[in-house]
Design a protein around this ligand. Sequence first.
Ligand SMILES: Nc1ncnc2c1ncn2[C@@H]1O[C@H](COP(=O)(O)O)[C@@H](OP(=O)(O)O)[C@H]1O
Ligand SMILES: [Mg+2]
Length: 263
Amino acid sequence: MTDRLSRDLASGVLHEAITEIAEAAARVILPYWRVGTAVETKSDDSPVTQADQKAEALILECLGKVYPEIQTVAEEAVAENGMPSHAADRFWLIDPLDGTKGFITGKESFTVNIALIQDGVAVAGVVTAPATSVSWRTGISAGERVALRRRFGEAWQLIRVRDRPADGIALLSHSMSDEEATRLAARHGCTRWQGMDSSMKFCLLAEGRFDAYPRTGPTHEWDTAAGQAVLEAAGGRVLASDGAPLLYGKPGFKNGPFVAMGG
Ligand SMILES: Nc1ncnc2c1ncn2[C@@H]1O[C@H](COP(=O)(O)O)[C@@H](OP(=O)(O)O)[C@H]1O
Ligand SMILES: [Mg+2]
């Protein structure tokens, strides 16, 4: 394809554009953090705040201006209007505030997520952590896809997964008991583990600070796509239970179990 989106994807312009949008969304979210923001409950019992809704509205407006022809699948729009019946060949997956439970209790590990899916593959993505003003994204260097990190306003640094040490450390969702977590980490060759909310887990693997993120419980595709794009660009992998890379545009935009790995 030789349309503008394809050219922007190949040149790196698209990766920079979605990062600007994610960082603008972070600036919308931050005033709602640690101020006792009101919490509503969605029909699936998960929490939502004005921060989620306002950040998503900004992201959809900005993406619509830059790439008007591309389908968007976004967490709060789905909660409001239902799941789209199909996925286009190319579409955006958007989670304006991943880790909402941690956000509400004042923790730092909540993120803004935007990913471009092409033929089922997460080909570009940005994850931004408003509380610490850090972004991780895909980019293009010498024609190759790379992973980058920066604090807002600072220069981008290339990041890469580390070779797995003998005493690897797993990152795990908080949604399990300590016994389950220890067993799950050991099953993936890790002697230690740490609990963490949100897609930041993928990014810390991409930076080479941790080694595996196994997930047995359900997630939606917008929870994982941007993190997977960053991790793969840093040399890592995200595998579904069939051992193949996790793909997107599945029925109900739902993921089964997966394991994300560094080096
Ligand atoms: N039963 C379920 N079905 C689908 N997704 C679920 C789920 N339970 C939790 N999740 C997803 O897991 C995410 C939290 O992951 P983690 O535990 O790694 O922080 C939530 O993101 P949100 O906070 O955006 O709602 C939510 O979408
Ligand atoms: Mg989420």
